[in-house]
Design a binder for this molecule. Structure first.
Ligand code: AMP
Length: 251
């Protein structure tokens, strides 16, 4: 049986942009800042496309929960090679538990055999959504994947854990979250960007999935990291070793 894969993708501040904190410290400035698909979500889309190219997957559905502009992120995924998109539109801040609840309903409706998420979104660095979704669905999970092999109704997932690699075998349906080394995502070609404009994109709202978005966390303060102090030039290796020993305390 060829599988259906669901890939949730998040629109975040572009990874190449240096984030600036808002003057009132309430968060990161997003007005007029370049946004893009979360890099770990790009890896998730790429992995789904490779599964389709290998013949194990029949259809790739991408879903994003966010503002109208998250459509651009979905179109990027469609241009890379996904088949169909769902935008769950909301202008509210959606925390991982609400994202996971919405995704659970999408899974109940779409019935994919595998959901591939990023290990984390680089804006809030939560690293929670995949795990919460696995819990809500009661599915097995292979997080921080650097290799995924599908065979015989099972997924073998190589996980990047502290100090090495761990291989787990999951019964499908299952949740996988991507780590950096899983693959290198492709760029969408111009013809594929044009074709993606004609691929189906459904617009929904959290209410359609029975979820009322409600923040549970309160941000108290956001601060720029402390600036680095200027370096010094040393005259000799001996001086460097002396400074490392006596000033930096590393030797
Ligand atoms: P997080 O738990 O927020 O670090 O996000 C981990 C992963 O969950 C992301 O890489 C996405 O695959 C998915 N995700 C998180 N937030 C959203 C969202 N608003 N819309 C779609 N997918 C999301």
């Amino acid at each position: 049986m060829r599988m259906k894969v669901l890939v949730p993708v998040k629109r975040v501040i572009d990874a190449n942009v240096k984030p600036r904190v808002k003057a009132d410290g309430s968060g990161v400035e997003l007005a007029n800042v370049k946004m893009a698909m979360n890099p770990f979500c790009e890896i998730a889309v790429e992995e789904a496309i490779r599964m389709k190219e290998a013949g194990t997957v029949e259809e790739i559905v991408v879903v994003s929960i966010g503002p109208e502009k998250a459509q651009e992120t979905l179109r990027t995924a469609l241009a890379m090679g996904a088949d169909r998109a769902i935008l769950v539109k909301t202008d509210d801040t959606v925390e991982p538990l609400d994202v996971a609840k919405i995704l659970k309903s999408v899974v109940d409706e779409e019935k994919p055999q595998i959901v591939i998420l990023g290990k984390q979104a680089i804006d809030d660095d939560a690293n929670q959504t995949g795990q919460m979704l696995a819990a809500l669905l009661g599915w097995s999970q292979g997080t921080f994947a650097s290799k995924v092999e599908i065979a015989g109704g099972k997924a073998r997932v190589t996980r990047e854990v502290d100090g090495g690699l761990q291989v787990v075998e999951l019964k499908l349906p299952a949740i996988v979250t991507t780590d950096l080394r899983l693959n290198e995502p492709r760029y969408a070609s111009l013809p594929n960007i044009m074709k993606a404009k004609k691929k189906p994109l459904d617009a929904k709202a959290p209410g359609d999935y029975g979820v009322t978005v409600k923040p549970r966390l309160k941000v108290l303060k956001t601060e720029e990291p402390a600036g680095r102090k200027a370096g010094v030039k040393v005259g000799s290796v001996a001086e460097l070793v002396d400074k490392l020993k006596n000033e930096a305390g590393v030797l």
